[in-house]
Design a protein around this ligand. Structure first.
Ligand code: ADP
Ligand code: MG
Length: 262
């Protein structure tokens, strides 16, 4: 039986028993190589690629991946996804994932990813590590899905977006967010503590979130202009303006967030 999975907002993903079927793109061979390397190392938090063809893509252009059992939150975050346990375990999961990409030959691959590779290529960034791409067992983050946006880059680049989503560092008017500014600052620190982010990187975090969100807005607008229907819908719903409002909020609260992170 096929069951449509909702929530991602970009791709139409269908569950077929213990697997999911997702559309693929020019970046998928690299993503499949990444997923294979992770499983070869014994990682169980990421889906295996089913070898329907040599490059893991069906004749009609889909990938077949493991379905990871558990709960995936949309927005606003479910109580489980907003819990302290989810925050802490997500940070540890991101750290474990990053560390498992150290030494991968993929770090030297600069072309062929959906998002541009960045330097220094310390790890393979997930590129979209929010609650919407994490599988929870109760309140514990146990799985990572949706590697379409993976690309080599600095740890901080990925942590910045993850903190933006998990703290979250959203302006009060953003319906995806929650918490007072103090709670957000405290949760940002908890994420960094459980990830093990070093002090020099913490000092760069707030500004890196703003740079990351600017890059996201530019990416959405480029994709929509190139005819991508999902991103055109996001723009029509004002998502780009929401990110820009969050960037302005970060600038207003910079000193306060810095105090929690420094
Ligand atoms: N491998 C998987 N295991 C469990 N659930 C999945 C998996 N892949 C996708 N899903 C579910 O389908 C939804 C959309 O999938 P996702 O790959 O994130 O697509 P999108 O590119 O639209 O974000 C997810 O939010 C999740 O609920
Ligand atoms: Mg997704």
């Amino acid at each position: 039986m096929e069951v449509k999975l909702l929530g991602g907002g970009v791709n139409e993903v269908v569950r077929v028993g213990a697997t999911v079927r997702r559309p693929t793109g020019s970046w998928s061979p690299l993503v499949h190589e990444l997923l294979r390397q992770l499983r070869a190392q014994g990682c169980t938090a990421t889906p295996a690629v089913h070898g329907v063809a040599q490059d893991g893509v069906t004749q009609d252009g889909f990938e077949i991946l493991d379905y990871l059992p558990g709960g995936v939150s949309g927005y606003p975050a479910t109580p489980a996804a907003a819990s302290p346990e989810a925050l802490e375990s997500a940070a540890r999961l991101l750290r474990a994932y990053h560390d498992s990409t150290l030494g991968s030959a993929l770090l030297h691959v600069t072309d062929g990813w959906l998002l541009p590779a960045r330097t220094p290529a310390e790890v393979v960034c997930h590129g979209d590590f929010g609650p919407h791409n994490c599988v929870l067992d109760g309140t514990t983050a146990v799985g990572i899905i949706d590697f379409d946006t993976a690309h080599p880059g600095p740890r901080l680049w990925d942590v910045a977006y993850a903190v933006y989503r998990w703290a979250p560092l959203t302006a009060p008017g953003n319906p995806d967010g929650f918490g007072t500014v103090e709670e957000q600052g405290r949760r940002a620190r908890v994420f960094c503590d459980h990830y093990g982010l070093d002090p020099a990187e913490r000092a760069e975090l707030v500004d890196t979130v703003a740079t990351r969100l600017h890059a996201l807005v530019a990416f959405m607008r480029t994709q929509a202009a190139a005819g991508d229907a999902a991103f055109a819908r996001h723009l029509a719903a004002g998502h780009d303006l929401r990110y820009l409002a969050d960037i302005a909020y970060l600038a207003r609260q910079r000193a306060l967030f810095f105090g929690y992170l420094g």
